[in-house]
Write a new protein. Structure first.
Length: 341
């Protein structure tokens, strides 16, 4: 009987009235017909009625601690739900974030849907604060209505609250004997590390002493370089032009070292003038050095070919000049200085 009434209700009021008259003619008591119709009408009204629920993730928070509040509206599938615009401040709370989940199918009924708004709130004010009611407008076939949520109270506490009272002492527990674990001695490990480290340092010091650079005089350096150049020429590994340029470079470097002159890009002539201004080496030695420098320049720029005999003579003159200049400079450095009256 109730299934017939439900079908008639879906078909319209005329069909429902026709079914009620037929039921009464068939001997069905009027009380049962009326009761079944009322129950059906109430269930249909309840199914189409929109509702709003509010929930919060916490009712007690600390200052500046965020929490969430959700408002969920349940209504029929054909309903239009309008939530109000949310500003940066909602009641006594600051709004950190806002999320909307609208028109979601309901898990309870196929003909119902839900609309949810989630706000993340916080406050820097302590005390009992109130989340105000939220008004939501719902429009469906039955008309337009405004749903209002219940206000909520949130207790916002300071981080300094609810600490222990320093004047109320708790009894100290009695002493409990605990067996200390026996630690293994690692002395052998540290002795080994120390011994290996010491031996390594001794080995490094020995290598440093053996390989430390030996200091040589400018004269000894020049003789060593001249000997290596002479050997290279004898084995024909260097051309006459290259040999002359190396000879000029050896003499130039020797003069800079012997007289402690900083290399500032001096030409050979400029270098001889600088040496003569601080310590004369004699005109004969200066002229012969100039000839050797000129020989290298002619081989480099004029393409002059130097014979083995000429190169041997130049090498002999270079050795004599190095020895002579070193002796003159050493004798002059040992001479006592006197003050002029």
């Amino acid at each position: 009987m109730s299934d017939s009434i439900r079908i008639a209700w879906l078909g319209g009021p005329h069909r429902l009235l026709s079914l009620l008259l037929s039921a009464m003619r068939g001997g069905v008591p009027i009380v049962l017909v009326t009761a079944g119709t009322a129950v059906l009408l109430l269930s249909q009204v309840a199914a189409g009625q929109a509702t709003i629920e509010v929930s919060t993730s916490a009712t007690k928070v600390q200052v500046a601690e965020p929490f969430t509040v959700e408002w969920t509206v349940s209504a029929s599938a054909d309903a239009k739900v309008a939530f109000p615009t949310i500003a940066k401040q909602f009641g006594e709370f600051d709004v950190d974030d806002s999320t909307d989940l609208f028109d979601i199918p309901s898990a309870d009924s196929a003909n119902a849907r839900t609309w949810t708004r989630r706000l993340t709130l916080e406050s820097i004010v302590t005390g009992e604060l109130t989340i105000p009611e939220l008004e939501v407008q719902v429009t469906d076939k039955s008309g337009q209505q405004v749903l209002k949520s219940n206000p909520l109270t949130i207790n916002v506490t300071s981080v300094l609250e609810e600490r222990g009272d320093p004047t109320k002492f708790r009894d100290i527990q009695s002493v409990v004997d605990v067996d200390l674990p026996k630690s293994r001695s690692n002395a052998w490990f540290w002795w080994t590390v120390g011994g290996v480290t010491g031996l390594s340092l001794l080995a490094i010091m020995a290598v440093a002493v053996l390989h430390r650079p030996r200091w040589v005089t400018p004269k000894a350096w020049a003789f060593e370089e001249l000997g290596e150049l002479e050997t290279a020429v004898e084995t024909s590994s260097d051309s006459s032009e290259s040999a002359a340029l190396k000879l000029s470079d050896i003499l130039r470097t020797y003069l800079l070292l012997e007289f402690g002159i900083e290399d500032s890009g001096y030409t050979p002539d400029e270098l001889l003038l600088a040496i003569d201004s601080i310590n004369s080496i004699g005109s004969e030695a200066s002229d012969r050095l100039g000839e050797l420098f000129s020989l290298a320049d002619q081989a480099k720029f004029a393409g002059l070919s130097i014979s083995p005999l000429e190169f041997e003579s130049a090498m002999s003159d270079a050795r004599k000049l190095v020895a002579q200049i070193a002796e003159i400079n050493e004798t002059r450095s040992r001479r006592p200085r006197t003050l002029e009256a």
